[in-house]
Design a binder for this molecule. Sequence first.
Ligand SMILES: N[C@@H](CCC(=O)N[C@@H](CS)C(=O)NCC(=O)O)C(=O)O
Length: 90
Amino acid sequence: MLLIGMFDSPFVRRVAIGMNLCGIAFKHAPWSVGADFERIRKFNPLVRVPTLVLDSGEVLLESAALLDRICAATRAENRAAKRVILMCNE
Ligand SMILES: N[C@@H](CCC(=O)N[C@@H](CS)C(=O)NCC(=O)O)C(=O)O
């Protein structure tokens, strides 16, 4: 799983924090929508971060929605992760 985007974006940060709390391992590509436009575009034609590339090749966008989806299996057992996801959905 590859998380694309720099941590100066609060949306990228909350995805990384949420995935850490859910215990989901990922690689991080700290690419900028400015300097790395073409690299990001290969995965996401909208060139928006965060962009999450699953091992299956599926690409997920929108921090709240993607956290909700990938943490679904673990969040019920993880109170801290659930809190971050709920904050994302407010
Ligand atoms: N609602 C989106 C917001 C993401 C967002 O605004 N990302 C900014 C960086 S912080 C971005 O990619 N901006 C480039 C653009 O929209 O062209 C989310 O939660 O993922």
